[in-house]
Ligand binder design. Structure first.
Ligand SMILES: Nc1ncnc2c1ncn2[C@@H]1O[C@H](COP(=O)(O)OP(=O)(O)O)[C@@H](O)[C@H]1O
Length: 191
């Protein structure tokens, strides 16, 4: 199974992505989680590694709630999707986040002779995004930064919905239910 999970900050996309990975027994690729761990690794000064390099490059963006430049993310996904453990499938969460990243993902999948099954959009109201994000304790979850991520979600990520819809690959799910109910609704739609 190859799925992209789309949604704003606090939409429940990381919760659903984790559940779906267990269900389908495929690896999770969560760009937010990978970047946060690369940044904390780099800060703790654990020597030189590719992960530290990624942390050093992306920290200024992540900490302000800004998007990491497309070129960095596209390169990262290219390397990740070429690794052996993702042959049978994967769930991408946090990527793509811009229309350019979505197009590049399609080019990459073409070159790997892979095909995306579905893009799942977890739809919640803006107030739900903000209140759920403020209830977490991630380093980049302060109010102004959350607000900025929500703004960028509408400006940069919402256009991707149309991209996938035109290609008949979009499933929209109401994210304003319990995690169990949302997962159930996703699995029902996936058939
Ligand atoms: N595909 C991406 N493109 C650009 N920046 C990204 C991407 N994925 C993650 N990031 C960066 O990592 C941060 C945290 O990502 P994530 O945990 O997915 O956030 P959210 O809580 O908004 O869903 C983002 O605010 C952004 O700075």
């Amino acid at each position: 199974m190859k799925l992209v999970i789309l949604g704003g900050s606090g939409s429940g996309k990381s919760t659903q992505a984790e559940r779906l990975c267990k269900y389908f027994d495929v690896p999770l690729i969560s760009t937010g989680e990978i970047l946060r761990s690369a940044i904390s690794n780099e800060k703790s000064g654990n020597g030189y590694s590719t992960l530290n390099e990624l942390g050093r490059l992306t920290q200024p963006y992540v900490e302000k709630g800004e998007l990491v430049p497309d070129e960095i993310m596209i390169e990262f996904i290219k390397v990740r999707l070429n690794q052996d453990d993702v042959n049978r499938g994967w769930i991408l969460e946090g990527y793509p986040r811009t229309a350019f990243q979505a197009e590049e993902l399609d080019f990459l999948l073409d070159s790997l002779e892979q095909k995306l099954n579905w893009a799942i959009y977890l739809q919640v109201a803006e107030a739900v995004m903000v209140s759920r994000s403020l209830g977490r304790s991630l380093p980049d979850d302060q109010p102004e930064i959350v607000q900025r991520r929500v703004e960028l979600f509408y400006d940069r990520t919402v256009p991707i919905l149309e991209y996938y819809d035109r290609r008949r690959r979009l499933l929209t799910i109401n994210g304003d239910y319990s995690p169990e109910q949302v997962q159930h609704n996703i699995l029902t739609l996936l058939g």
